[in-house]
Design a protein around this ligand. Sequence first.
Ligand code: NAP
Length: 278
Amino acid sequence: MVITDQYAVIGNPIAHSKSPLIHAAFATQTGQNLEYQRILGSTENFTTQVQEFFARGGLGLNITLPFKHLAWNIATQSSANANAATAANTLTPCPDGGLIAHNTDGPGLIRDIVHNNHIEIAQRKILLLGAGGAASGILLSLIQQNPKQLIIANRTQAKANALAQRTLTNHPELVNMVSGIGLDQLHDLSFDIIINATSAGINDTIPVIPEHCLKPHGVVYDLLYADQPTQFVKWGQTHGARIALDGLGMLVEQAAEAFYIWRGVRPNTQVVLRSLRG
Ligand code: NAP
């Protein structure tokens, strides 16, 4: 009997996850023979669930909320992106029986911004809204694009400070580039690109930022995605944004990065993105 290669995404909730659809499309497109399931994770048994998946011969797991930090914690090796985020969205087995943690959110975001949408981050002033899991997951990748300035602004200022400080501890040379502030300290600052990595949109709202925060013809990127334009995309559109994007492109690109880690093949993401939008 031929056993098909097994992959899955684990999270809680999980029924809404588009990952099985995306990976099935990648597999068909690239002629890869694999199965990709959803696993409803349990906070009490997450580690056991992961161990059992790999013990049964599973070849790769994607991790979603709320287990990304835990996944990083149980891994025996980690990529630089996963270590910077202290979170993993992809796990692969090691030959010695351990697990390798990867975080493909940052590379996925950069691929969507820079490659798909031809937006330069280098030498631009970037505002990163939020200091939770998603913000910490994309921060290193943003820095690697060499922006002129990257300000992390968060409702709870201490968390923005802590995230900036953690980055500066590892990269003291970035002291003039990276800083953390409260949302209420944006005052008269303005930015070329504003990235919304808060979860405010889940309640159909946006973080409170000054009207003039976006430079004329700037870019707005909301990590959240929805069938309709998100509230933050709408904010960009009504505040002079040249481009206002939601996070569906990042979702597909982070999946493609995981697919590449697992299968060594790069799928055509634009075909899949178009079909999801359709
Ligand atoms: P998280 O760890 O819970 O962090 C939430 C962040 O949002 C915190 O910084 C929080 O500020 C801030 N926040 C929440 N409500 C707010 C409000 N009303 N006003 C201002 N700030 C507010 O969540 P996360 O994992 O980082 O996820 C953030 C978003 O990214 C979610 O919408 C998620 O769906 C999205 N995401 C998308 C992708 C993708 O592939 N497109 C990947 C990962 C995540 P405090 O610290 O003050 O509470």
